[in-house]
Design a protein around this ligand. Structure first.
Ligand SMILES: [Zn+2]
Length: 312
C-alpha cells in the first residue's frame, strides 16, 4: 500500500503532508502562505505537493481540503472566499492530471469531522456529529461510518440551518441562520447592538471587540456579556436538538474557538438542548466531547478522505 498526500488549503496557509499507511505522524510536511487574493495559487499548490512528494514516487492518492462551497463529486471549487481565480475551478482533476494520482476533495468542516471520527474524539463511534463554532459554524456528519456528502455535495451545512426566519442576517446573506446567532461575530454583533440600545455593561463600544473580550467580561460577571453567551448557547441548543432529530449520533464533537470558552456557552447549551429534544432517548449515552485534533484536523481529514475514497 502506497502513501497518501494530504493538503489543507486554508485562508491564510496551505499545509501539505505525506503519510505512510497506519502512521499518524507525517513523513514529510510543508506549510506556505496561501496568498488567496494573489495570482498563481494553483502553481503554489503544485509546488507544496512536490515539496512533500516521496523520492520513490510511491503515492496512492491525494486528498485536498478547502473552504467551500465546492463539489466533492466532481472535485470543483465553486466559489471559495477571497479567491476569484478559483471560482468554478476543477482543482482535483487538475491535480490528478498533474501528478497522475487519484485526487479527492471536500470542504474543511466535513474533513475536520472525518478526522475526528477516524483519529480523534470520535474514534470507535459510527455515527458522529462534528460542529465547529468559530468565525463561522461548520459541520461534518458521519452516518454508519460514511461521510455525509449529499447529492450536490452540499450536505451538512448546519451553520446555515434556519433557526428563526426573522432573525439576524447571516454572513451568507440570508436571515436567521444558526451562524447568525452563535458564531463569534454574531456574539459581538449582539453585544454592539445592545450597547447601542443603552444596555449597561463594562464593555464599551469598540469595532475591534472580539468574542474573547466578551468572554473575559462574562468571566468577570458582566451581565451583558453573560447574556450574550447565554443567548448563543441557547440557540446552539435549539439547533443541535434538531440535528439530533435528523442524524441521531452517538457523539457530538464541538470544535472551534467559541466552544473553547467552556461553561459560559456550554451550560446554557446543555440546558437548552435537554429542553428541546422531543424524546429523552436521543440523549441516552450520547457523548458530548471537545475536538481532539486542533489545527491538524483539516490535514488529517484530507488524508482520511483519500484513504476511504481510494478503497471504495
Ligand atoms: Zn447563513
Amino acid at each position: 500500500m502506497g502513501r497518501i498526500i494530504a493538503v489543507d488549503i486554508g485562508g491564510t496557509h496551505m499545509r501539505a503532508a505525506c503519510f505512510a499507511p497506519d502512521e499518524l505522524k507525517p513523513i514529510q510536511q510543508k506549510r506556505i502562505a496561501t496568498l488567496a487574493s494573489e495570482p498563481g495559487g494553483f502553481d503554489r499548490l503544485v509546488q507544496v505537493i512536490k515539496d512533500v512528494w516521496p523520492k520513490d514516487g510511491d503515492v496512492d492518492a491525494i486528498g485536498l481540503g478547502s473552504p467551500g462551497p465546492l463539489d466533492p463529486h466532481t472535485g470543483y471549487l465553486l466559489a471559495p472566499p477571497n479567491n476569484p481565480e478559483w471560482h468554478n475551478f476543477p482543482i482535483a482533476p487538475k491535480i490528478a492530471e498533474q501528478f497522475g494520482v487519484r485526487t479527492f476533495l471536500d470542504n474543511d468542516a466535513n474533513l475536520a469531522g472525518l478526522a475526528e471520527y477516524r483519529f480523534g474524539a470520535g474514534k470507535g463511534h459510527h455515527d458522529v456529529l462534528y460542529l465547529t463554532v468559530s468565525t463561522g459554524i461548520g459541520a461534518g456528519v458521519i452516518i454508519a461510518d460514511r461521510l455525509l456528502q449529499g447529492y450536490h455535495g452540499l450536505a451538512a451545512e448546519l451553520g446555515h440551518c434556519i433557526i428563526d426566519p426573522n432573525g439576524p442576517l447571516c454572513s451568507c446573506g440570508y436571515q436567521g441562520h444558526l451562524e447568525a446567532f452563535s458564531s463569534g461575530p454574531a456574539i459581538v454583533k449582539y453585544v454592539l447592538g445592545e450597547l447601542d440600545s443603552g444596555a449597561m455593561s463594562k464593555l464599551t463600544r469598540n469595532e475591534n471587540m472580539t468574542a474573547r473580550d466578551i468572554a473575559d467580561a462574562a468571566n468577570n460577571g458582566d451581565s451583558l456579556a453573560l447574556a450574550a453567551y447565554h443567548r448563543a448557547g441557547e440557540y446552539l441548543g435549539i439547533a443541535v436538538a434538531s440535528f439530533l432529530h435528523a442524524f441521531d449520533p452517538s457523539i457530538l464533537i464541538l470544535g472551534g474557538g467559541v466552544s473553547r470558552v467552556g461553561s459560559l456557552l456550554l451550560d446554557p447549551f446543555h440546558a437548552s438542548l435537554k429542553k428541546r429534544v422531543f424524546h429523552p432517548r436521543y440523549l441516552e449515552n450520547l457523548s458530548i466531547s471537545t475536538a481532539a485534533l486542533g489545527d491538524d484536523a483539516g490535514l488529517l481529514g484530507a488524508r482520511a478522505l483519500a484513504e476511504l475514497k481510494k478503497a471504495a
